[in-house]
Design a protein around this ligand. Structure first.
Ligand code: NAP
Ligand code: GCO
Length: 267
């Protein structure tokens, strides 16, 4: 039996934000292998150039643009440029994100606002910019990169959890408001993934032992390991493809089972 064409991204233009490396880069790579044309942005030319070199190494003719996703005018200009130079965006992945791990009572309002700006306001800004083109084309896919913190809290990540919880509801609202235009908006909730963003949580201790948080996450994960960016590729292709045309407003947790598990009893 031929592999279902509905998983193909042939002929689609995909914008993945903040995709010079990490999760965004892995998702973009998978999209290319599924047939999509890849466009990405990052916050400065150095990162875009780093990304272009990485994509070239993978044989991927990606197009990279410098754009701060929190700047609405810059995002509107980015989408206009992509429409002119590449084509109307069929698939958007709101991946760009930051985290600041600070105890809430020690966090300034500006630091809190900055996390909300990148992790919640920016997905609103970029989605708002691409939806008109999707409506005109008669289809579209928006994938918001949520988090375990869309469901759970923990010490020091108040701003991040507030943003990712809000992003879960923004996902559901875009699904509700634009589903009638054949636009599906879903989220991916990665578990704990080994990327630069979580590197501080996995650093070896001075005595060479594992970081306590590293051991904690492994004990909380039925898969008994950190996720890799490759673990997210299949779920992302599914949500970007026609195979998920009747999936809307759903947060697909790719977490090795963390959310289902009370955690291994300490030995
Ligand atoms: P990452 O390694 O920190 O990469 C995030 C990317 O977004 C970086 O290239 C970053 O550039 C870029 N970015 C930040 N602010 C931006 C802005 N204003 N405009 C444009 N680009 C911007 O993160 P990651 O681990 O790959 O995570 C990607 C997404 O997955 C994030 O939304 C994160 O919250 C989410 N996530 C990660 C995990 C995990 O365990 N790693 C789990 C769940 C969810 P800079 O290098 O300049 O910051
Ligand atoms: C943290 C981590 C997490 C992960 C991810 C989990 O400090 O707890 O950075 O927030 O990045 O979001 O899904």
């Amino acid at each position: 039996m031929e592999f279902p064409k509905s998983f193909s991204l042939e002929g689609k233009v995909a914008l993945i934000t903040g995709a010079s490396y990490g999760i965004g880069f892995a998702i973009a790579t998978a999209f290319y292998r599924a047939g999509a044309t890849i466009v990405f942005n990052d916050i400065n030319q150095e990162l875009v150039d780093k990304g272009l070199a990485s994509y070239k190494e993978e044989g991927i003719p990606a197009r990279g643009y410098v754009c701060d996703v929190t700047n609405e005018a810059a995002v509107q200009e980015l989408v206009k440029k992509i429409n002119e130079e590449v084509g109307t965006i069929d698939i958007l992945v709101n991946n760009a994100g930051i985290i600041r791990r600070i105890p809430m009572t020690e966090m300034s309002a500006d630091e809190f606002r900055k996390v909300i700006d990148v992790d919640l306001n920016a997905p609103f800004i970029v989605s708002k910019a691409v939806i008109p083109g999707m409506i005109a084309k008669g289809h579209g896919k928006i994938i918001n990169i949520c988090s375990m913190m869309s469901e759970l809290g923990r010490e020091t990540v108040s701003a991040y959890a507030a943003a990712k919880g809000g992003l879960k509801m923004l996902t559901r609202n875009i699904a509700s408001e634009y589903g009638e235009y054949n636009i599906q908006c879903n989220g991916i909730g990665p578990g704990y993934i080994a990327t630069p963003q979580t590197a501080p949580l996995r650093e070896r201790q001075p005595d060479g032992s594992r970081h306590p948080f590293d051991s904690f996450i492994v004990a909380k994960t039925p898969a008994a390991r950190w996720g890799t960016t490759e673990d997210l590729q299949g779920p992302a292709v599914f949500l970007a493809s026609d195979a998920s045309d009747f999936v809307n407003g759903h947060i697909l947790y790719v977490d090795g089972g963390i959310l289902a598990y009370i955690g291994k009893q300490p030995q």
